[in-house]
Design a protein around this ligand. Structure first.
Ligand code: NAD
Length: 487
């Protein structure tokens, strides 16, 4: 791995990894440039793993598997706990690294880092509480004993928008359950993953328990690992399109899949809502990571009586945000990840404007270095616009006016996605009714942020399969084994 001037000026390269991490060894290499999205400059270069490298990682994960599953839960727990402590200790440096390679503003990066580290602490605690079950058969004549065993070698694939948290949300429960893993982070943001692996090594994770590789051939590398009968689990976070392809691939060897996919979150504001609280929540739900979040509010449905005040308030707040490189401490809205991401946002906004929407602030990409799109509010958006169906993944808030509760539930459900929804009202009965009516895995009620390692995170419909975090997250990496017992 080569570090270029830009990165060495900001972060200590000694903390970072040297290359592919397989079987506890760092293998030097190059081939994948990592770009600073605020300037387009190359930050570093990381190795480009081949199919053969990936299969060597499976060999390493297999060599470590028996030892790790037999390591007492208390010991696995203590390693995870030390990893949490090291992540916290190196928090500022890791946050800077996240900001550099992902572009997100430093406060967002710090928030992600704390959230990411917390998965290690949470699963350090859960490692020692793996549930079992004992009951009588209905006849009363026999006994049912249920054990949970580690599922086996797990392939973990993560996106670029939360380079630390999406990895720890998988590694934490997998290691707590007793599984060995191969992590393939997104090529846009591999430095954070490698840096975390370095800390894992320091925390005492044995060689081969966690392997990390980056590649420009994600399909080839992943398909080869899925075809290997030693691999028993795929845990993927990313787009619904890639998730569908991976489900089809995993079907060939019947590999267990957990899928955290895309979203199209509705943010519903009723007339009786506390306007200031709704605006605060809207800014968090929309602008965390400059809108590059799967839970990001993607459609603002605002009841007619509060609509104008909400649009004015949101416009003022969005227009006041300071745009700049994520690692500049003054920045509130960083760049998008790639020029392609800016083009997609531009296309969605232009299409909405063609269909009658009005930009009350923003509305066109910024010209100059880096991949910037300004905070934008669109009013009077036509529900048939592409922006109503597709993930924006950027700092754009489209607002739609609605009249009745039934109407807004129908509008909210008019999507293939079902990850997150937000409801603002002072009437708790209505909040619960609407929350239940919206087909989604998570609902924020008078809250703009729902992510919490202690809560089950995940979606319904085409937003995914399974849940991460919470008390059930560890079971995604375990298989129930039933013993029919005669005493
Ligand atoms: P993506 O699907 O393009 O890529 C995700 C990961 O999959 C990357 O590591 C990528 O290299 C890899 N990949 C791409 N094609 C692959 C293939 N054919 N086989 C195997 N791996 C492949 O997604 P992205 O652009 O990195 O991330 C943004 C998407 O992730 C959004 O849709 C967002 O909603 C979703 N996301 C979901 C959650 C969640 O928890 N539900 C969280 C964060 C992001």
């Amino acid at each position: 791995m080569t570090f270029h001037a830009t990165i060495s000026g900001y972060a200590d390269p000694a903390m970072h990894a040297q290359g592919l991490y397989i079987g506890g060894k760092w293998e030097k290499g190059a081939g994948i440039p990592v770009i600073d999205p605020s300037s387009g400059a190359v930050l570093a270069e990381v190795p480009d793993a081949s199919v053969n490298d990936a299969l060597r990682a499976v060999d390493a994960a297999e060599a470590a598997a028996t030892g790790w599953r037999r390591t007492p839960p208390r010991q696995r727990s203590e390693i995870l706990r030390r990893w949490f402590q090291l992540m916290t200790q190196h928090g500022e440096e890791l946050a800077l690294l996240i900001s550099l390679e992902n572009g997100k503003a430093l406060p967002d990066a710090r928030g992600e880092l704390a959230y990411a580290a917390e998965f290690f602490r949470w699963y350090a605690e859960e490692a020692t509480r793996i549930p079992g079950e004992y009951r009588h058969t209905p006849s009363g004549a026999h006994n049912i004993l249920v054990d949970h065993e580690p599922i086996g070698i797990s392939v973990l694939i993560t996106p670029w928008n939360f380079p630390a948290a999406m990895a720890t949300r998988k590694i934490g429960p997998a290691l707590a359950a007793g599984c060995t893993v191969i992590l393939k982070p997104a090529s846009e943001t591999p430095l954070t993953a490698y840096a975390m692996a370095r800390l894992g090594e320091e925390a005492g994770v044995p060689p081969g328990v966690v392997n990390v590789l980056t590649t420009t051939n994600p399909a080839g590398v992943t398909n080869a690992m899925l075809a290997d009968p030693r691999v028993r689990k795929l845990s993927f976070t990313g787009s619904t399109g890639v998730g569908r392809q991976l489900l089809a691939e995993a079907a060939k060897t019947v590999v267990s899949c957990s899928m955290e996919l895309g979203g199209n979150a509705p943010f519903v504001v009723f007339d009786d809502a506390d306007l200031e609280a709704a605006l605060d929540g809207a800014m968090i739900a929309k602008m965390r990571n400059a809108g590059e979040a799967c839970t990001a509010a993607n459609r603002f449905y605002v009841q007619a009586g509060i609509h104008d005040a909400f649009v004015n308030g949101l416009t003022a707040r969005m227009a006041a945000l300071k745009i700049g490189p994520g690692y500049d401490p003054a920045t509130q809205c960083g760049p998008m990840i790639t020029p392609r991401a800016v083009q997609k946002i531009d296309h969605l906004v232009s299409n909405a404007i063609e269909l009658g929407a009005r930009a009350t602030t923003g509305g066109a990409p910024l010209v100059g270095d880096g991949y910037f799109y300004p905070p934008t509010v669109l009013d009077n958006v036509d529900v048939n616009s592409a922006i109503a169906r597709e993930e924006i993944f950027g700092p754009v808030a489209p607002v739609y006016k609605f009249e009745t509760e039934d109407q807004v539930i129908e509008l909210a459900n008019n999507t293939e996605y079902g990850l997150a929804a937000y409801v603002y009202t002072r009437d708790m009965k209505r909040a619960m009714r609407v929350g239940k009516g919206i087909e989604t895995g998570m609902v924020g009620i008078n809250r703009g942020l729902m992510s919490d390692p202690a809560a089950p995170f995940g979606g319904v419909k085409q937003s995914g399969l399974g849940r991460e975090g919470g008390v059930t997250g560890i079971l995604e990496f375990m298989e129930a084994k039933y013993f029919a017992v005669e005493f």
